[in-house]
Design a protein around this ligand. Structure first.
Ligand code: GDP
Length: 329
């Protein structure tokens, strides 16, 4: 799925439009002065399509995939303002076109020597219509530009989300189960870079993402954007692998990791517990976690041990879920 914001046709800022276009209306032929000014007003009218196309190519927020709806909420902050601005820009175009038509009528009825003055008046009125909306235009352009940068996560693909406390081996695992080198991407919901990998078995395609700064610490400590980020992740189709670090160098106790695991389970998605760093296990930590979560998988992401079994299981699970979904439709 293409990022729906990639198809947005971004217009110039109002002041740039005025400077480069309205104040420099080109000579475009015409046999008489009236004819020339009429052509100019017509070309002015045509140029307004830069703004009408901006509005018409901007995705309708309510129709977006829930993942992107959440992204819009995070980036724009205020979805109502976004809708208001888009409709204000649209109204400005409608109004401007009305003005150009009105002036074309006036020019047609005018004397030759008046035509240029009327054309200038028309330009002045359109300048002022657009200038009144210039803040909206500018803000909406920024929102669209920010949103089109986020291409790495494709919400139409089945997704394996890797969760767990910091340093447990999430990004190492993303690298190990991806078919090619994962992309490193920035998203507005975390200050850390996330890794997005792909599993491509020809007949089966999925994405795998880690979640630094998102699903790695207690929910109670989160701000609004982080909660929205969790919501965005929740809206991806697929499963969560929750990674425990059972090594001697683990930065987190069994209790801290288990508490986080319970919180992630409350998201209502399928969560599969996985014990990592089994090559360097701390017996006490290992036992404490193992007895609580009864994990089916014990791996060493770094050494690659247990990865194939885990991957095969995840793929069969996802294929089953995708199959059920198709049947549900
Ligand atoms: P993240 O913060 O959860 O993404 O963790 P990283 O993938 O960056 O890994 C943190 C550290 O743990 C790195 O130094 C890795 O090399 C190390 N690590 C990851 N997996 C394993 C493993 O299976 N065994 C051991 N011994 N170290 C690992």
């Amino acid at each position: 799925m293409l990022n729906p914001f990639e198809k947005v046709k971004i217009p110039p800022e109002v002041e740039d439009f005025i400077k480069s276009y309205l104040n420099k209306i080109p000579s475009i032929g015409g046999n008489t002065p009236k004819d020339r000014e009429l052509r100019r007003v017509k070309s002015l009218e045509d140029s307004l399509s830069r703004y009408s196309e901006f509005v018409s190519t901007f995705p309708k927020v309510d129709e977006l995939h829930p993942f992107y709806q959440e992204m819009v909420r995070i980036v724009a902050g205020d979805v109502d303002k976004l809708k208001m601005c888009l409709s204000a820009i649209n109204r400005a175009v409608i109004l401007s076109r009305k003005v150009t038509r009105q002036y074309m009528g006036l020019i047609r009825k005018s004397q030759d020597e008046e035509a240029n003055k009327l054309m200038r008046q028309c330009v002045g009125r359109i300048n002022s219509i657009l200038r009144k909306r210039s803040e909206c235009v500018s803000w909406t352009i920024q929102v669209a530009k920010s949103l089109r940068r986020f291409k790495a996560i494709d919400p139409s693909l089945p997704t394996i989300v890797i969760a767990g406390a910091p340093n447990v081996g999430k990004s190492t695992l993303v690298g190990k189960i991806s078919s090619a080198k994962p992309e490193v991407a920035s998203y507005p919901f975390t200050t850390k870079e996330i890794h997005v990998g792909h599993i491509d078995l020809g007949f089966f395609k999925a994405q795998v993402i880690d979640t630094p700064g998102i699903l790695d610490r207690p929910m109670a400590k989160r701000n609004k954007i982080e909660l929205q980020a969790i919501n965005a992740i929740k809206n991806l189709d697929g499963i969560i692998l929750f990674i425990f670090d059972v090594s001697k160098t683990s930065l987190y106790s069994a209790k801290e990791q288990l508490d986080l695991y319970e919180e992630v389970r409350e998201l209502g998605k399928r969560v599969i517990p996985v014990l990592n760093k089994i090559d360097d296990k701390d017996e006490k930590l290992y036992e404490e976690i193992k007895t609580k979560v009864n994990p089916e998988f014990e791996i060493s992401a770094e050494k690659g041990d247990g990865i194939n079994e885990l991957l095969n299981y995840v793929i069969s699970l996802m294929k089953h879920e995708i199959g059920n979904k198709v049947l549900d439709k």
